[in-house]
Design a protein around this ligand. Sequence first.
Ligand code: HEC
Length: 118
Amino acid sequence: MLNKIPYSLKFLLIGSCIYTVFVLAYTLLVQPGNAQHKGDLSTGERLFKKNCSGCHLSGGNLIKAEKSIIGSKKILSKAVFKDFIDNPPPPMPKFKNLTSNPEQFNELYKYVTSLMGK
Ligand code: HEC
C-alpha cells in the first residue's frame, strides 16, 4: 500500500512524524521548566495572600486607597521594602517574622514587584 503513495507524500508523512516528535519533546521537556518558574512565584503569592491580601487585594489598598502597593516607591528596592514592612505606619502591622527569613522575604519581594506588571 505504501508503494502507491507518491514520494512527496511520503516525505510529508515522515516530516509530520518528526514534527510531532519535536512538538511532544518540547511540551514534555520545556513546559515543566516554565511550570517550575511559576512555582517560584507561588511561594511569594502564598505569603502575600496569607499576610497582605486582606488589606492589599490585588496590590491595591482597601484601607487607604491612595497608598496602593502597585506604583509604590516603597517597593523600588528590596532594602527600602524591608525597612518599610519591618516598621510600617499603623494600622499596617509589622512583618518582622517575614523579613527575618531571607528566603521568604525574597519570595515575597519577587511577588510584590511582579504585581506591577499586572
Ligand atoms: C491591616 C491592613 C494591612 C495589612 C495586613 C498590610 N498592609 Fe500594607 N498598608 C496598609 C496601610 C493602611 C498602608 C498605608 C500606610 C500609610 O498610612 O502610609 C499600607 C502601606 C503599604 C505599602 C506602602 C504604600 C505606599 O507607597 O505608601 C506597602 C509597600 C505595603 N503596605 C505592603 C504590604 C505588604 C507586603 C503586606 C504583607 C506582608 C502588607 N502591606 C500588609 C495596610 C495593611
